[in-house]
Every structure is written in structure tokens, then in C-alpha cells.
Design a protein around this ligand. Sequence first.
Ligand SMILES: [Zn+2]
Length: 165
Amino acid sequence: MTTSSPRPLFTATVAVAVCHLCEDQAPADDEPAVTLRPAHGSPRPVRLCARCRSIRPGRDRGELVADDWTWAFLEREVTALGRDHGAGRWLPYRDELHWAQNLHTATWTQSTVEHALRDAEPHVSTGRLVHVVEPLPRLLALVNDGDPALRTLRRFLNNITAGPA
Ligand SMILES: [Zn+2]
């Protein structure tokens, strides 16, 4: 028979701070905060999770830039659509899939993605897929095609275009 100490009812509470960008992971305590500069009021330090800190588009700067928010929005939307796709709640129809395949195989620059968005058929352009891709051209002003900031979207496009073998 083994003895084990009883599980404590309460674990020691460390300050539960959520990541200022993605809001769902506890940032590491020992990392320096980044600066948030609101339109009103004075700049203040905020904490980020390790993931956001390492792959946000403005990661080389000690402060949050507008593109970091754009990126966080894109991540959230892509993750939600990926979840719905996995659960079968959202499935691309033929034209949408075709659009996704073209985007997936293209080299992403601001102009190629802008063209793809502009040239989407009206019923593709009002769909959820185009909606999640809309912030991409802005991010491509700051990061390139293979940047880790775009990995979630890349993986998502890979998943939805892979299809049954
Ligand atoms: Zn985060």
C-alpha cells in the first residue's frame, strides 16, 4: 500500500495574469513586459504568453504594435474556423475549396493576397474563409511568407485543402 499526501484543496495562488494578446495563456513571470501605448492615458507594461512573445509580428519591438492586434485577431478567427471544420460545422464548398487551394500554393505577398481577396467570387468573398484571410495582407507588410506568425493559417489551409486521399 502506498501512502500519498492528501491533495491540497487549494494550490498556492500565483498571480494569474493572462496574456494581453491572446488572453488564454498565463505568461511566464520572469519575462520582461512589453509596453502598451493606448491612445488615451499613459503607456503601461503588459504581459504576454511565451507563444505570443516569440511569434507576434512586432516581436522585435519592446512594445505592442497595431499589427500584433491584427495578428491576434487572425489567430483567433483561424483557430475558431479550424475547430468548426474539425467538428464538421463548417466545410468549404467547391469554389471555396478551390480558392483555398490557390491561396495555399501561392507565394504570399501583400499584392498576391490582395488580388486573391479581390478576385474571389461574390459567394466565396462573403464566406467565412475569406473573412479569416482578410487581415493577411496587412501582416505581410511586416512579415514574410514563411514567418512563424503565419503558421496557424498555413496549417489550417493545409488541413482543409488536404482532403481525403
Ligand atoms: Zn498570448
